[in-house]
Design a protein around this ligand. Structure first.
Ligand SMILES: C[S@@+](CC[C@H](N)C(=O)[O-])C[C@H]1O[C@@H](n2cnc3c(N)ncnc32)[C@H](O)[C@@H]1O
Length: 327
């Protein structure tokens, strides 16, 4: 197994350190705490350990969760239209590629964490149904003597077309889920999906439950990514697959320059004009720059216990798909 990265260790030690210090009752320290230089040093170490980033801002870990919640609460209604505007529709292609890489088999149990308004879940259901239709067509071609009623019947049963496949969309934000559910109704997704309010760092599911875990554009918003990755590992069945689609590091200097210009000069303006929300889109852009590059994130996934971890950069590294298995 790969050695734990300093980042993962820091996440863990950070928590352990602050907890240990809160309960500290060492006789030698007590009288000098917290006024002594040692006390002050320990205090500042504890403070640093529980600090994190919210975009380019340094905030406490508690604050980050609240701020991220507010961002998605305030953008929920315009989230989908903004995605199309900001990426000129390309996010749809990246999400399609994620599904092609997953290539789910009939009966797959998928957990889509930070699933938001359901884009990955709907693609999953479409994929399974398209697979089923292709299989049906092949079968019908070999059964020439069926009546048209029998053929129509075969095409009618939506539940059958999923072959027991199911997707759970889990997200921490009620507003995002609300929009997702509305979208599901409007687009006719009635079976094969469930919406669950939950935190990626503490998933409300038993271990060994799912065949595939996906997280698309979600993990960079999580305060303790190491905990979220460990949770992904816990809820997957042995043999299950982790797939993450996330913004990453651009590998082409020219693309990088243009991308920076577009991200910092155009995206917050679009956020303001379309969603009336400059700050949230400024955060989205900054959080992308704070996210680890492909290799570093690969190590974090390995540290959580995943094996055969690989990644694929798309659009010159603007995004990457990381994959790993629980073996
Ligand atoms: C950029 S959106 C991505 C939504 C969707 N996956 C997509 O690709 O369109 C990020 C989502 O992460 C969710 N999120 C942030 N922190 C989370 C956490 N700790 N646990 C679960 N979801 C979280 C937000 O509520 C938001 O819906």
């Amino acid at each position: 197994m790969a050695a734990p990265s300093t980042r993962a260790l820091w996440g863990y030690c950070g928590r352990g350190w602050s907890r240990a210090m809160r309960g500290c009752r060492l006789p030698g320290l007590r009288s000098s705490w917290p006024g002594s230089p040692l006390g002050a040093r320990l205090l500042s170490q504890e403070k640093r350990a529980s600090e994190t980033h919210f975009g380019f801002e340094t905030v406490s870990e508690e604050e980050k969760g609240d701020k991220v919640y507010q961002v998605f609460e305030s953008v929920a209604k315009k989230y989908d239209v903004m995605n199309d505007m900001m990426s000129l529709g390309i996010h749809r292609v990246w999400k399609d590629v994620l599904l092609w890489r997953m290539h789910p088999f009939p009966g797959t149990q998928l957990l889509d964490v930070a699933g938001g308004t359901g884009d990955i879940a709907f693609r999953f259901l479409n994929y399974i149904q398209a697979q089923h239709r292709r299989k049906q067509k092949r079968q019908l071609r070999t059964q020439q003597n069926l009546s048209w009623e029998e053929i129509a019947q075969k095409y009618q049963n939506e539940e059958d077309s999923l072959n027991g496949s199911h997707v759970v969309i889990c997200d921490i934000n009620k507003e995002m889920l609300k929009i997702g559910k509305k979208k599901a109704c409007a687009q006719g997704y009635k079976t094969g999906l469930a919406w669950v309010l939950g935190d990626a760092e503490e998933l409300p599911f038993d271990e060994d439950k799912f065949d595939v875990y996906t997280i698309a554009f979600g993990i960079r918003n999580v305060t303790h990514m190491d905990r979220a990755l460990q949770e992904a590992h816990r809820v997957l069945k042995p043999g299950g697959r982790f797939l993450c689609l996330e913004f990453s590091q651009v590998d082409n200097p020219l693309v990088s320059k243009l991308y920076d210009l577009y991200s910092f000069q155009v995206i917050p303006v679009l956020g303001e004009v379309i969603a009336g929300n400059w700050k949230s889109y400024q955060y989205l852009v900054e959080s992308i720059r704070k996210f680890p590059a492909q290799e570093e994130f690969k190590e974090m996934i390995e540290d959580a216990g995943f094996q055969k971890v690989t990644y694929e950069s798309l659009s010159s590294g603007i995004v990457a798909i990381h994959s790993g298995f629980k073996l």
